[in-house]
Structure formats: structure tokens, C-alpha cells
Write a protein that binds this ligand. Structure first.
Ligand code: AMP
Length: 380
């Protein structure tokens, strides 16, 4: 699945490529075509799932269409994004800007939020196409006639559950009353509470529903094993694992570009088909290697953390941590490359005595403890 096949405008496809987004995340694969189709959407997904780009990209796509109404006539923004906090407002604005400055058309986005002077925001509101706002400040600006919402054709509620938890229900309702009845509604939330269901029913009509499993659900799908191996024995043990378990399509993570080349080289010398991939290789080589691996033409791919995020290879059966990543988050991202799409996968970690303490920290963060298997008695 590529961004191009989702029907996005070519300049947006170029923009995502420049940002090194290789493939759409699952939420993007489902949400982008639905939003382009002007459907309502309910997205149950947390931060980290790629939810922001899942609405930012199709919204920009729609604004790039020749018939799109731009706000040069001062009727107010055509897109309104409500968010619970100033931080999220700035974050969403940054994602829009990242893409907008690469586009051929002039599209203006602005974030408004409380806790700062109102006058500069009043002035900046002129000709805004996409307005990202916290509810309180938006109501304040609207009551001063600084913004009109009568031409808003798309509404996004981001982190809707947090918005309700922070007590913004009334504000949200009064903003809804200012919007045209006929509009597209996109609602994103990490959870689906009763309160939220009532808002959903109020604003969404026959929505496309996209639910992304939480990281913890995904972790539970992965069969994890950990072996205690001395650093200098990791190479031979890795080859033993690949051969004895007849591992096919396996992604091996290492800590540096040098190590990736070294491990892949050693495997090849032992007649195991392997290639490396890391940031020091040019984009073309990286793309080609990754495509070979995805197509099943390459058995083993040795990678740095460049690949721990974003690479969606359906049902990758096995991931090996040849060395542990620095952060627990990266460990979870790495092993998350397997066990996707509800298919059980295997994640194997080779832990040297020096890495033991760090592995404990990782397990604690992950909330799951593994039995360390000893390798002294295995003949390899
Ligand atoms: P979000 O869940 O929207 O906060 O996004 C999480 C992170 O994933 C952000 O840092 C994005 O830049 C990144 N991201 C989103 N979509 C992709 C993608 N398709 N490929 C790689 N990175 C992505």
C-alpha cells in the first residue's frame, strides 16, 4: 500500500516522500480514502498511531482541488479543528505547516489558543483556510466577531475524549451550534466513553469507523523470547537460530550502520541471504532493499532503528533484536513490526550480560516480564 494508491494529490505524495514516510500507517490507509470521499469518520486511536496525518493529508487534498473554496472572500475558515490543549493545537499546526510549505497553492492554517494575548490572533485570522483552536479561545474570538464559522464545511474533533474530560462539553456544543448543519465531521478519540458516544451520535452521520488496537493489545499478540548470550557469541548464535528454526523473512535490529553491514556480511559468508539497511545508504538503495524484503525476495534484513517505525510489512513473522535499542519505546516499536494485523509474530532478543540491567528497564516499561533462556548448554 502506498500513499499514491490512496488517491492523494501528487504534491502531497511528494511531500510525504520527502518526510521519509515510506508507507501509510494503518489508520491513514483507512481514513484517507474515506475523508477524500467526504464521509464522516470516527477514529479510535492514540497519539503515535499517525492519526494527525490521517486527517491533515486528505484535508489538504480536498483544499487543493480546483473547486475548493478558499478563504479569500473573508467568509471564515472552511476547516475547523478543535483540540483540547494549546500543545496539541501547536503540534497539529506544525504538521499542517510541514506539508503546506511544500504545496503549489497558498493555503493558510492558524492555531489559536488561550493563555496568550488575543490581539495578534485576531489579526492573524484574516484569510485563514484551516483553523486549529481550543474551544474557549475560539468562543472568545467568535464573540468579538473576529472569526465567522458559517462557511466551515469540515469539522475535526481531535482527542475528543480529553476535550470532554477537561470539561469542554458545553463549549463544544455551543461551537457546534455556530457551524453549518451540512458539513463533514471527523472525530478522533483514544477511547470510546458513554459521554463520547452521545457526541458521536449528535454529530456523525453513518461514519466510517477505524479502530487501531492499542500498543498493549498488539504486544500481547507477539510471542517474545529472550536469550542470554555473550556479545562475542551473538553472531554464531544468530546463525544457529536462523538455521535451527528455519526462520524466513526476518528483520534483525542492530545499533549502528557499521554493525548492520557487518552482521549482514557475516550472514552472507555463511550462505544466508541477507542485506543491510540504514541511514548511510542512499534513498534508492534503501527503497530497493526494502521492496525486495517485502516481496519475499530477501530472507534477512539487518536494520538500524531507521526501520523501527512506519514499516508495515503485512504479517512479518519474526523480528530479532541483535542488540537492544536505547529506549523502551524503540523496543516496542521494533517488536511491533511483527504481530501486526492480528497475526501472531515472534520477537527474539539476544541479551548480553552487559545489557541485562537495561533489559529489565525495558520489560518494566512494557509491563511484561520474560523468562531469560540460557544458551550455555546449546551447541552452536
Ligand atoms: P501522531 O499519532 O499523529 O501523533 O503521529 C505519530 C508520529 O508518526 C509523528 O511523529 C509522525 O511524524 C509520524 N508518522 C505519521 N505517519 C507516518 C508514516 N506514514 N510514516 C512514518 N512516520 C509517520
Amino acid at each position: 500500500m502506498s500513499f499514491q494508491s490512496l488517491g492523494l494529490h501528487p504534491s502531497l505524495v511528494d511531500a510525504v516522500t520527502k518526510l521519509d514516510y515510506t508507507d501509510p500507517y494503518p489508520i491513514q490507509a483507512e481514513a484517507i480514502p474515506a475523508v477524500i470521499d467526504r464521509k464522516d469518520l470516527l477514529g479510535i486511536a492514540k497519539t503515535g498511531s499517525g492519526k494527525t496525518a490521517s486527517y491533515v493529508l486528505p484535508i489538504l487534498h480536498l483544499l487543493l482541488q480546483p473547486q475548493a473554496r478558499r478563504n479569500d472572500d473573508h467568509k471564515g475558515p472552511s476547516v475547523l479543528i478543535l483540540v483540547p490543549t494549546r500543545e496539541l493545537a501547536q503540534q497539529v499546526q506544525a504538521v499542517f505547516e510541514q506539508f503546506i510549505h511544500q504545496l503549489p497553492d497558498r493555503i493558510k492554517s492558524l492555531a489559536i489558543f488561550g493563555g496568550v494575548a488575543i490581539n495578534p490572533q485576531m489579526q492573524a485570522l484574516r484569510n485563514v483556510d484551516i483553523l486549529i483552536a481550543t474551544p474557549g479561545r475560539l468562543i472568545e474570538l467568535e464573540s468579538k466577531n473576529a472569526v465567522k464559522l458559517g462557511a466551515t464545511s469540515t469539522l475535526v474533533l481531535d482527542e475528543a475524549d480529553k476535550m470532554l474530560n477537561l470539561g469542554f462539553k458545553e463549549e463544544v456544543n455551543s461551537i457546534l451550534a455556530l457551524l453549518p448543519q451540512k458539513r463533514q465531521n471527523l472525530l478522533f478519540s483514544a477511547t470510546l466513553s458513554d459521554d463520547l458516544s452521545s457526541i458521536n451520535q449528535l454529530i456523525l452521520s453513518s461514519p466510517v469507523i477505524v479502530k487501531i488496537a492499542s500498543e498493549q493489545d498488539s504486544i500481547n499478540l507477539i510471542q517474545q523470547r529472550a536469550y542470554l548470550v555473550e556479545t562475542k557469541r551473538k553472531g554464531p548464535f544468530l546463525r544457529h537460530l536462523i538455521k535451527s528454526q528455519k526462520l524466513q523473512q526476518t528483520l534483525i535490529f542492530v545499533s549502528s550502520a557499521y554493525q548492520a553491514d557487518h552482521v549482514a556480511d557475516k550472514l552472507r559468508r555463511n550462505r544466508i541471504h541477507a542485506e543491510s539497511i540504514h541511514g548511510k545508504l542512499n534513498q534508492g538503495t534503501r527503497k530497493e532493499t526494502l521492496e525486495d524484503f517485502k516481496a519475499g525476495k530477501l530472507r534477512i534484513l539487518v536494520a538500524t532503528d531507521l526501520l523501527s517505525r512506519g514499516v508495515d510489512i503485512s504479517a512479518l513473522p519474526c523480528v530479532i533484536n541483535y542488540e537492544l535499542p536505547r529506549s523502551p519505546k524503540d523496543y516496542i516499536h521494533r517488536i511491533g513490526r511483527t504481530g501486526r494485523a492480528e497475526t501472531p509474530g515472534q520477537a527474539i532478543s539476544l541479551i548480553s550480560p552487559e545489557e541485562l540491567h537495561h533489559f529489565k528497564v525495558i520489560q518494566k516499561k512494557m509491563g511484561k516480564w520474560l523468562t531469560l533462556e540460557h544458551t550455555d548448554e546449546i551447541d552452536f
